[in-house]
Design a protein around this ligand. Structure first.
Ligand code: 3PG
Length: 394
């Protein structure tokens, strides 16, 4: 794929696909990270005299106009972060869009209304993509976090105009390549989260690529149960213990070491400040739930990190949103941050919960790279080729 450095931008109408699907409460943006991360691309094109036409989706309106899902509400934050005026068009195709594009001068920025207000967007419909293409001279995709969707503005459009990757897209792809595509070994993957069922493909792909796979969070319980341990009242997908065994078997064949919790933090209730104790994983009481990795397990993870050159992290090690069950995640995240700062580890993290956990631990800024992607990060970890990236060409 090409980058914006290879494009002739002056005086050109650049259709720039961004992901500004940010959390909004009562019409106000509560986390502007995704907006901040597109600034280099937008500023660069505008500074080179390009006319920036931002294309984006917001939420899931399912092909209908849903006023609460209008992108208009993010214009103030976008203007504030860019330090530039941002025009807004009430539709992303048709007369309203065309008039707004025609009024745009060199170096100016326009945001078009939610592409998902049109059913053609999610259907990746050529006719809809052609209407979008009509508004621009070139296409820039800066939405890695939406690249797992084969939609008109992320896929079909890339085939209709001269296309390139924006700065953020290029940065995401290069960071991810360093983590799994072409990493310095040994590579450790930390995968947590509640359920094995949502991450089967991911685990299966990782055991082929990494040297050590740390499994944490609720999904570790299914692996412990697969070893015949009684996990008490813990979250556990008992119907998937066979699959967990297959993954463990594949790991053994591929030379990947799986680390499961040895000791665990258990409680009878899942609430802030609930009485908890540390027990060996095999001693989990029948009436208790496993809610975090214990100190011995965390020390084991820390040792794996110390011996690694590359870390890829998705998902918390415990029920981190409720103290004290955040301790395992916070301790491991701090260790990874410390090793990264010391230049000993390349650390890449992604996925919604993961970024929230790293922020809560106060270490997100110390990781080598934190992806803006949720679902796209997971699909990339599954080894899938993302349609939005593929459409940009090899
Ligand atoms: C995201 O928030 O992960 C992306 O914007 C994709 O959103 P979607 O899951 O609604 O396609």
């Amino acid at each position: 794929w090409k980058t914006i450095d290879e494009m002739d931008l002056a005086g050109k109408r650049a259709l720039v696909r961004v992901d500004v699907n940010v959390p909004v409460e009562a019409g106000r943006v509560t986390d502007a990270t995704r907006i901040e991360r597109i600034l280099p691309t937008v500023n660069d094109i505008a500074d080179k005299g390009g006319r920036v036409i931002l294309l984006a989706h917001f939420d899931r309106p399912k092909g209908r106009v849903v006023p609460e899902m209008s992108l208009k509400q993010i214009v103030p934050t976008l203007e504030e972060k860019l330090g530039r005026k941002v025009a807004f068009a009430e539709d992303c195709v048709g007369d309203a869009a065309q008039a707004a594009v025609d009024a745009l001068g060199d170096g100016e920025v326009l945001l078009l209304e939610n592409t998902r207000f049109h059913p053609g967007e999610e259907k990746n419909e050529l006719e809809f993509a052609e209407k979008l293409a009509h508004l621009g001279d070139l296409y820039v995709n800066d939405a890695f976090s939406a690249a797992h969707r084969a939609h008109a503005s992320t896929e079909a459009l890339a085939r209709l105009l001269p296309a390139c990757a924006g700065r953020l897209m290029a940065e995401e792809l290069s960071a991810l390549d360093k983590a799994l595509g072409n990493p310095e070994r040994p590579v450790v993957a930390v995968v947590g989260g509640a359920k094995v069922s949502t991450k089967l493909d991911l685990l299966s792909n990782l055991v082929e690529k990494v040297d050590t796979l740390v499994i944490g969070g609720g999904m570790a319980n299914t692996f412990l149960a697969a070893q015949g341990l009684d996990v008490g009242k813990s979250l556990c997908e008992h119907d998937l213990t066979g699959t967990a065994k297959e993954i463990a078997q594949k790991a053994a064949e591929k030379g990947c070491t799986i680390l499961l919790p040895r000791d665990v933090v258990v409680a009878r209730e899942f609430k802030a400040g609930a009485a908890s104790e540390v027990v060996k994983a095999e001693d989990t009481p029948a009436d208790a739930m496993i809610l975090d990795a214990g100190p011995d397990s965390v020390a084991h993870v820390e040792m794996a990190l110390e011996n690694a050159k590359t870390l890829v992290w998705n998902g918390p090690l415990g029920a981190f949103e409720i103290a004290p069950f955040d301790r395992g995640t916070v301790a491991a995240a701090k260790k990874a941050a410390e090793l990264t700062k010391a230049g000993k580890l390349v650390s890449v993290a992604g996925g919604g919960d993961t970024v929230a956990a790293l922020n809560a631990a106060g270490v997100a800024q110390d990781f080598s790279y934190v992806s803006t992607a949720g679902g796209a990060f997971l699909e990339w970890m599954e080894g899938k080729v993302l349609p939005g990236v593929k459409a940009l060409g090899a």
